[in-house]
Design a protein around this ligand. Structure first.
Ligand code: GDP
Ligand code: MG
Length: 305
């Protein structure tokens, strides 16, 4: 017997702060994705949840929900501009984009700005009017017309993410737009993968902040182990560098630099996860890491010249 055919892809969830994006992602994934407003804003797309679902045609779909960090930053400095540009690029790289609107608040200035930017994206667009538990139906129809006048959406959904009302239809529609292909992440990792990636990002940011003058490129960080324990979470990570000399730089004299990187990253992670974190860092020379585009895709940033 052959396995069921699969689909997989990325759906970018965009919208003004407080529109209900996190609540919607939690409802779609069906379990709490405990990432609390991470401050790190460096990658184009950040995985915030992975939803698995079955389609009526018998295929199974892996919907990787991403957000595009930095979209709201008022970019003054060069690095910030690069991050914001990268974030918009992330929205374009996704297989579909969903704009979440707080139906009670309506189309504010930031939602309009996002809608304007989405015009440039060729990915299928979904409009999700959220918090319908708070507004009368007539208002929803008017809002749908208003939003579609601003930007034509392929589908409009009216949901209450909080009450999980209408969320299953959204997931089915996301899944149906994704291309046929193998799953992007192993199914058994799907639950804690967003946290693993986030934790890797936090450490990578510390490596960058503390060593950007000495390391000619951004080191890659991988979370190898993630174990929930009674007294907190134990995280093991590998910092991949290309050469022995770079390994020495990351370690520092007598290991002082790696200690400093670990201390800051641990502090940041404990704050985000709201529980004690035991962080163990290894530094490894992995020359071939640099040649593997799959590893680079996750850390790509376009710098303005
Ligand atoms: P985000 O900033 O877009 O990620 O928004 P959040 O998911 O953090 O939600 C912002 C606030 O709106 C929170 O207090 C949520 O509980 C609330 N919220 C989200 N969805 C709904 C909904 O469908 N109905 C109601 N009444 N409140 C919601
Ligand atoms: Mg949020």
């Amino acid at each position: 017997m052959s396995a069921a055919p699969t689909r997989a892809g990325f759906v970018a969830i965009v919208g003004a702060p407080n529109a209900g994006k996190s609540t919607l992602v939690n409802a779609l994934v069906g379990s709490k994705v405990s990432i609390v407003s991470p401050k790190v804003q460096t990658t184009r797309m950040r995985v915030i949840g992975i939803a698995m679902t079955d389609l009526p045609d018998g295929s199974r779909a892996q919907v990787v929900l991403v957000d595009t960090p930095g979209i709201f930053r008022i970019a003054k400095r060069r690095l910030e501009r690069a991050m914001v540009a990268a974030a918009w690029q992330g929205a374009e790289d996704a297989d579909a984009v969903a704009l979440v609107v707080d139906a009670e608040r309506g189309l504010g200035e930031d939602t309009r700005a996002i809608a304007g930017k989405l015009k440039e994206s060729r990915a299928p667009r979904f409009l999700i009017l959220n918090k319908i538990d708070l507004v009368p139906r007539e208002r929803l129809l008017a809002l749908t017309a208003e939003a579609n006048a601003l930007l034509a959406f392929g589908h409009t959904f009216m949901v209450s993410a909080l009450k999980q009302d209408g969320v299953a239809d959204v997931l089915a529609a996301f899944a149906a737009t994704l291309p046929a292909g193998p799953f992007l992440y192993p199914e058994d990792q799907a639950a804690d993968l967003p946290m693993r990636l986030l934790a890797a990002e936090v450490t990578r940011e510390q490596v960058f902040l503390q060593l950007h003058q000495e390391l000619p490129y951004e080191a890659a960080v991988e979370t190898d182990k993630w174990e929930e324990r009674a007294n907190g979470v134990r995280i093991e990570q590998t910092i991949h560098v290309q050469r022995e000399g770079q390994r020495a730089i990351v370690l520092g004299k007598g290991g002082t630099r790696i200690k400093q990187i670990g201390a800051r990253a641990r502090h940041e992670l404990a704050h985000m996860l709201e529980r004690p974190v035991h962080l163990f860092l290894h530094v490894k020379v992995s020359e071939r890491w640099a040649d593997d585009p799959a590893h680079y895709r996750a850390i790509g940033l376009d710098y303005e010249p």
